[in-house]
Design a protein around this ligand. Structure first.
Ligand SMILES: [Zn+2]
Length: 300
């Protein structure tokens, strides 16, 4: 049974494709035999196929009557804690309503009691390329959602021209400089970008299938492992990892101040205390997922 579980906050406007993304993640987890707990604040939207949830509706909670980033933050915390104690999920997905703030929702994950068991967490904001091209509803809430995202998913890429996609990416990059923008169609994005692999998983995957993660658009991502010699400073490790331009980073390093768990998503990179028992074979190994060179999504 897992000691901790990664959590993903899925935000974005109604109609952006959040629900499709959540379904995709559930199907992926089911294929891997993983148990997912879903908390949805987008009432009645998912209309979820019970078969996708390993433990039936115990793993699926809808929170209605307010927004989980503010009014229902206490309920969100209690619900997550209940799900953890009851089913010990391998992964947690929180689908917010269209008006919620992803960062405020993440705060619940960083506070007790949830912080005691939530592992890596990330906020992905799903944006509709079609809505962006039409220039609708793009002020205020949208700007705040985009600017506080760890990852941006530019969805519905098949519905607009390449020129409109480039313009949409430029607009998102201006609102949220440095945040990775992932193109998708029907929410199809490599799950490894949203739920990172640790070095042990990367090795297991290598035996099973090639490590390249292939999304349904022309971008390609690859997962590779970097080795870090013991005794480096946190600053040195941070500088080296930031230079990789990785979308996601996860692993363990032995710094000059002791062992650290390294977790990165988009612009956010954290070196924190490691779990109680890090297998010695995993120390000094960090998995980075980045765009493959030669597949520049921004050809100019
Ligand atoms: Zn709210």
């Amino acid at each position: 049974m897992a000691e901790r579980a990664p959590a993903l906050v899925v935000s974005g406007f109604l109609g952006s494709g959040k629900t499709t993304l959540v379904r995709h993640l559930l199907a992926d987890a089911q294929a891997r035999g993983l148990r997912v707990a879903v908390v949805s604040n987008e009432f009645g939207e998912l209309g979820i196929d019970e078969a996708l949830l390993g433990d039936g509706d115990e793993a699926w909670v809808e929170l209605a009557g307010g927004c989980v980033c503010c009014k229902l933050s206490e309920e969100l915390s209690e619900t997550l804690q209940m799900l953890w104690e009851r089913i010990h999920p391998d992964r947690v997905v929180i689908e917010t309503s269209g008006v919620a703030m992803p960062f405020e929702t993440q705060l619940t994950l960083w506070r007790e009691p949830v912080s005691a068991w939530v592992d890596d967490d990330a906020a992905v904001v799903v944006c509709s390329a079609e809505q962006l091209a039409e220039g609708r509803d793009l002020d205020g809430t949208f700007e705040y959602q985009v600017s506080s995202a760890d990852l941006l998913l530019l969805n519905k890429c098949d519905l607009v021209s390449e020129g409109a996609l480039a313009a949409a990416e430029a607009a998102l990059a201006e609102l949220s400089p440095g945040t990775p923008i992932l193109r998708s169609v029907h929410g199809q994005v490599p799950p490894e970008l949203l739920f990172p692999l640790d070095p042990a998983q990367l090795r297991a995957r290598r035996r099973a299938d090639p490590p390249a993660v292939a999304p349904h658009v022309h971008e390609r991502f690859s997962a590779t492992e970097l080795a870090f010699e013991p005794g480096l400073s946190e600053d040195e490790i941070t500088a080296r990892l930031q230079a990789t331009g990785a979308v996601r980073i996860k692993g363990f390093v032995l710094t000059d101040a002791g062992p650290r768990l390294v977790q990165g998503v988009g612009r956010r990179l954290e070196l924190g205390p490691p779990p109680a028992s890090v297998p010695p074979a995993l120390m000094g190994r960090v998995v980075v997922i980045r765009r493959e060179p030669g597949h520049d999504p921004h050809p100019h």
